[in-house]
Design a binder for this molecule. Structure first.
Ligand code: RIB
Length: 306
């Protein structure tokens, strides 16, 4: 089994449920309040750990109670969190999350200690014994750029989940083997919409021209679309489920995908597995609290949307 190194964020999610997300100037009542371990990096690492992958994480938390709880959450899910260090200068990252009656969320991330993960904190030895580097965009971009350059030099496969949306330098994109944006992120990255076939092709071609080898665009309820630089294409449909909370749906898809790839599965089969992981995740509340084990995925009998 291949070893996966996750570089990314750890946030304590501060979550409430609302009937509908408040408009500007409006006050609404929330139903309940929970502190749930989250952060896109930690969610993806925990997803891999719970599914039985071999995973380590590098990142930063504050020297506080949230930081300790987030590190415990990694360890209890089978993630080697020894590369997650505590800093005195900043509090642990937090995310304010509202989930509405449709299970859709609105999130404000306060990066805190995640932004203390500066380029100098990425060490050559972090990559020793690792096969795949996975990152998202909730840590400083210069750190991600350095890590991807080092990972390529050291022969790792590199995977970038482009969440939250932002533009990226050509140098970074050139060091990405597999890029995983959602539709909005694809549009921000390429300037092309993911809604028309023609635009999809043009946007993907622009990414392949800059060095990306493989691309998976996640399409929400419509599943996910794979394309590569040699012209292969594959669409995986989503499942019909009663979604109660879509938080970490994308993170769980990526965790499932990487776990399956690390166990030697082909891309089509890894995407099918990842789609099941995402489907189970949205039937439960919260980020890491909703991430399934391998056993849950084995038992899952979903019905496809198409
Ligand atoms: O992808 C979901 C995550 O985004 C949440 O857990 C929150 O912390 C933000 O990072």
């Amino acid at each position: 089994m291949k070893r996966i190194l996750v570089l990314g964020s750890l946030n304590m999610d501060l979550v409430t449920n609302v009937h509908a997300t408040p408009k500007v100037g409006e006050t609404v009542l929330g139903n309940g309040f929970s502190e749930i371990p989250g952060g896109k990096g930690a969610n993806q690492a925990v997803a891999i750990g719970k599914l039985g992958g071999a995973v380590s994480m590098i990142g930063r938390v504050g020297s506080d109670d949230f930081g300790s709880k987030l590190k415990e959450a990694l360890e209890s899910s089978g993630v080697d969190g020894s590369g997650v260090k505590s800093v005195e200068s900043e509090p642990t990252g937090t995310a304010l999350i509202m989930v509405n009656d449709d299970g859709d969320n609105s999130i404000v991330v306060i990066p805190g200690a995640n932004f203390s993960m500066v380029p100098e904190n990425v060490l050559s030895e972090d990559f020793d014994g690792q096969d795949i580097l996975l990152a998202q965009l909730e840590t400083p971009i210069e750190t991600i750029e350095k890590a991807f350059a080092m990972a390529k030099e050291k022969g790792l496969m590199t995977v970038l989940n482009t969440a939250p949306a932002r533009q990226l330098s050509r140098d970074l994109i050139a060091n990405v083997d597999l890029l995983v944006p959602n539709e909005t992120e694809f549009e921000v990255l390429t300037g092309y919409s993911a809604e028309s076939e023609e635009d999809l092709q043009k946007g993907a071609a622009a990414l392949f021209d800059t060095g990306v080898k493989e691309l998976i665009i996640t399409l929400g309820k419509d599943g996910a679309l794979y394309m590569n630089h040699t012209g292969d294409k594959h669409h995986v449909h989503g499942y019909k489920v009663d979604a109660v909370d879509t938080t970490a749906a994308g993170d769980s898809f990526i965790g499932g995908l990487l776990t399956a790839l690390s166990k030697g599965e082909g891309m089509a089969s890894a995407m099918e597995f990842a789609m099941k992981v995402g489907a189970v995740t949205v039937t439960k509340h919260g980020a890491q609290s909703s991430l399934p084990t391998f056993g849950e995925i084995e038992k899952f009998e979903g019905v496809k949307r198409k």
